[in-house]
Write a protein that binds this ligand. Sequence first.
Ligand code: IPT
Length: 945
Amino acid sequence: MSYVEDPGPGRGSLPPRAAFTSDAPALSLNGAWRFRLSPSLAAAPAGVEGEEFDDSAWDELPVPSLWQLHGHGRPAYTNVPYPFPVDPPHVPSDNPTGDHRLRFDLPADWPAGSAVLRFDGIDSCGQIWLNGTELGVTQGSRLPSEFEVGALLRPSGNVLVVRVHQWSAGSYLEDQDMWWASGIFRAVTLLARPAGGIGDYWVRAFYDHTTGLGTVRVETGPNVVLAIPELGVTGHPAGEPLELPVEPWSAETPRLYDGTLATAAERVPVRIGFRTVTISGGQLKVNGRPLMLRGVNRHEHDPHTGRVVSPETALADVLLMKRHNINAVRTSHYPPDPAFLELCDTHGLWVIDECDLETHGFELLGWAGNPSGDPRWTEAYLDRIRRTVERDKNRPSVILWSLGNESHTGENLARMAEWVHDRDPSRPVHYEGDHDCAYVDVHSRMYATHEDVERIGRREDDNARRRDLPFLQCEYGHAMGNGPGGLLEYRELFERYPNCQGGFVWEWIDHGLAADGHFAYGGDFGEQLHDGNFVIDGLVFPDRTPSPGLIEFAKVIEPVRISADPAGIRIGNHYDFVDTGHLTFTWVLEEEGTEVARGVLDVPSVHSGQSVTVPLPALPSTSGESWLTVSAAWASATTWAPAGHVVAWGQLAVSAARAAEPLPRRGPVFRTGGRLVLGAGEFDPATGVLSSLGGHAVHGPRLDVWRATTDNDRGEFAGRPQAELWREAGLHRMQHRVITVDADGEELVVRTRVAPPAQAFGLFADYTWTAFEDRLRLRVEVTPDGEFPGTLPRLGLAMAVPGTLGSAEWFGGGPGEAYPDSRQAARIGRFSSRVDGLQTPYVFPQENGNRTAVRWARWTDPDGAGIRVDGDPVFDFTARRWTAAALEAARHTDDLLPDDVVHLTLDVAQQGLGTASCGPGVLPRYRLVAQKTEFTLWFRAVPGH
Ligand code: IPT
């Protein structure tokens, strides 16, 4: 059997060890390599390993890279199915094979003796030669492999050759939900290994919260001394335990002590974090405190280079996470580039470090043949977890080891857990697929409904072992497209039940690939088998712009909660460790969204888990609708944000809107030139539809219930998709029948029935227009007629206004979009935006951009002239240059072409979002059911400057 189809762990490599740097010479072999792609091993050139082989006609390829993202072959996306026949351990004969060659010289001062060649990641299998001698074969794509090469090196003209195969037996263990792409995608480094140097080490540092003492002992070779100057430790024999007062490490206080490990031959810088992970009383604790995991699942992704993620990009992720109140990361579903974990240590994030393992495609075969229970794969499973744990064992941020993802259950997984328990009893083991929790230490679920979380919280579980474990959701809040909805309700459950310790939103980033004018997803590369845009399910867009889902999540998980209290302002500290001493509280008073006063709020330091109520500051009196916004911001800069970075805010209503003064009525309706005229409005006499407002040509408003369906509307995880039911009912093609247009009095009364073709049910919509001075009041009465099935996408009006009205301004919820079950981040204020800026560019176009709780809004031309709508009291709106139908039909953002009008929706209600794309649907309280509804809007033209 070829090594490619060997289910074992590869061959020739050195035992796994920690990732670290030292003062021993190191040479990066990243850079331009020679490259040639062959369609199969059989078609690959013979003799590439030979030093004299002529590669001058080959292409150049950067290393690290994935070759499909550099014009060689094409990436392919599947979620669950293997894109090749499931015939383990065999792979297709047409197995793209990339030969990589590098000629390199050693620096003049490179020492003789042992040297190690390290590959941080090769996807999926590589055969490696140096100067004509085979070093071995790697499998385990997202794991390091090292080879001893000292005896083969020469001062100049070294020839390193790596033959990489897209498919291997290892591919069966790497069925993660992501792009299939191949190559040497992480760093390649040559490391001199001095005799008497430090081959490996494990800093075992702990913290005893009852005494305030830290302990440290380093497992390493002989004659290693430890120095931690800051703690006065010098020349300490590394293997001997030390106990001393320290400040502990936590994600909130990522206190690291710089130190060194040294022998006569080598010095290794270390950064020590003292912390102790325990499980007691059914809770996961660090340093004695239970954690609340406000986490995300992070795949490594860059829209240009795929899983090749630079240190700058890793840093961008960490900073963005910290700035959005995220405190935990699950490295779904493989160990990340080691640089990422160092950043987690530095800036403070709890990490579940997950092994590179997933066999999800076997689920489609009823798990028949799953490697997890097959002894042929045992060594590969053990090899993968060893390489994970050994590489990352020195990271204080890593608090749990995860065996992998979606690999069902089986003896090999149990063996992995056993190995971890033996090797590192200081960190609990996680694996969601062990449903009975037979060999794991925490109970983990993915996409559990709110009801299930509640049951788990109440410990209503027959499985006694599982019932008594800490519970977390390793995946929830599926962030595909517009959503997730329902995060607030999860938070409430996590806070209500001490054993429910939060979870990890799926997922951090959309894996869209940069293409001409848009981001590409599954199917865009001509794949025969693919899962479309299911790979576009992140809290940030592919270019790392935060999506509304991230803004909502950041608000829901705020570490400080600021709310109204009868006695003033309540400040709750929801940090797990720190008090609020690092925060400055400020207030701003706004009348109708315009600032009238501001100040600093005196708040005593609040301990973790406690709250205080402080009196309202002395405020000037206001007359219009006024809100006090209180914000908590970092008083000074942190490593991850500048001073003034806001972590939390809350709003208190201070005074209500002024009662409207009664306006003189205008009327009656009169006819002229084939139009009906009432006040500032002109109407079509046949349909009763408004055609002009104060001289602006308009069409509508008319009743409208459709929205361009979201991924969650179309989602299949919560029963039949809402979108399917809506289409079946015909809600996307309602027709309007005018029953009467009564224009004979002071008011214009238009009675209509709005209904889908082929159906007997419908909605009566009565519009009553009344003119007052310069405004028109519209009262809409909606009455269901017949048995109305299921929910409505939305309920409101659609209206077209001139395309010149390209600026929007409103007083209400903002600045971003909001939906009934995702609206915590919308604060009441005055906001403005270009109409184009109101759109959220979801990679797969869908309903977006809804502004909620709007008191009034206006859309104006460059001179400030346009149209204003006032709610009675509030409404929701969208404004876009395309119709909902065009939005629904679009497949990529650049399919959307502007019309010459601006389309407005003016709504009384929207259906929630839910997470049915992978998880529960819309919670009952956020479902929009047709019922008799009345609402009122006021229209007027606004003059230009
Ligand atoms: C779950 C997977 O673990 C994750 O990798 C991703 O595919 C996610 O779904 C959906 O985006 S598995 C699912 C069947 C619950």
